[in-house]
Design a binder for this molecule. Structure first.
Ligand code: GLU
Length: 297
């Protein structure tokens, strides 16, 4: 099977050094395996995505010397696929509507009897307030729209029969690599009932990324270590939706001098700014330490 990877930026800000590093690592890994490199625009958050950022991303990546097949996939064109996956999960009683605000969740999760609130890959772990709204297929109702829909993790995690795994070809934040195993109880404790359809976008990052990787035949996901903890969610969704699990290659994050990871709003690291100051693509490679590809193993 041909090695196929992708770089999947969200056009909600300028491409900065961290994104450039991620794109170049994916590109070079594909080249090393005689594979394919795809670009996917993750623009489900239409409130924040902007055509000007998308245009700048294309321009900066081309300037860095990357190329990819056209047309690129935009998540904003994939609503039908996301809706049918949600319908399937709804019909299996794995989703429930949630009306809690961030503040409700904060209050419930930090109630004195609950102990210190726990954080998962999506922030505070949901305390389960709306789980009682869950229907049953003996009383089928159509899937609600315009509301947050959460995954009932205790029923969902049952599909992995105790444990599941994925292959890590890079390293997780604690040096994890090789065969990574996780258990249903890890998902319950560390992830909880995550939102799979947000009321404002009718999907979520986790659902879209899993469906799009499968639709594009991605065999190898190359991305930053900040998404390592989300990978168990992605593998669970692949099991629930009968999709293949790609190999994963998480890479270290580019940090500033104080050790903080670069954020989208960190415009001082924008590639466009380096370009306007006369930097060359070779300068950018040096800045992110890409003379060394030793993490590839
Ligand atoms: N769109 C995500 C981001 O910009 C990347 C998702 C992924 O690589 O799985 O952080």
């Amino acid at each position: 099977m041909i090695f196929r990877t992708r770089f999947a930026p969200s056009p909600t800000g300028p491409l900065h050094l961290g994104h450039a590093y991620s794109a170049m690592v994916a590109y070079e890994l594909a080249a090393l395996h005689n594979g394919e490199f795809l670009l996917r625009i993750e623009d489900i958050d239409q409130g924040r995505a902007r055509p000007k950022w998308e245009a700048q991303i294309f321009d900066d990546l081309k300037w860095l010397g990357l190329c990819w097949p056209e047309p690129v996939l935009r998540q904003s064109t994939r609503q039908e696929g996301y809706a049918s996956a949600l319908d399937a999960l709804w019909q299996r009683d794995l989703l429930y509507p949630c009306v809690c605000t961030r503040r409700d969740i904060q209050a419930a999760a930090s109630a004195p009897q609950e102990g210190a609130p726990l954080h998962g890959p999506d922030g505070l772990i949901y305390p389960g307030t709306c789980r009682a709204r869950k229907g049953t297929s003996s009383d089928p109702t159509p899937r609600p729209h315009g509301q947050n829909l959460r995954l009932d993790m205790s029923d969902a995690a049952a599909v992995i029969y105790n444990r599941s795994e994925f292959w890590e070809g890079g390293t997780g934040p604690k040096g994890e690599s090789g065969q990574i195993t996780f258990a249903a109880e890890d998902l319950l404790r560390d992830v909880g009932d995550i939102v799979l359809a947000r009321k404002d976008m009718a999907t979520s990052y986790h659902l879209s990324v899993v469906l799009d990787d499968a639709a594009q035949g991605i065999t190898d996901v190359v991305r930053g270590q900040d998404l390592f903890d989300a990978t168990q969610i992605h593998v669970l969704l692949q099991r629930l939706l009968y999709l293949p699990t790609p190999r994963y290659h998480h890479h270290a994050l580019i940090r500033d001098e104080t050790g903080k990871r670069l954020a989208k709003r960190d415009d001082s690291r924008a590639i466009s700014l380096y370009r306007s100051e006369g930097a060359t693509p070779a300068d950018i490679r040096r800045l992110v330490g890409l003379e060394r590809l030793d993490w590839l193993g």
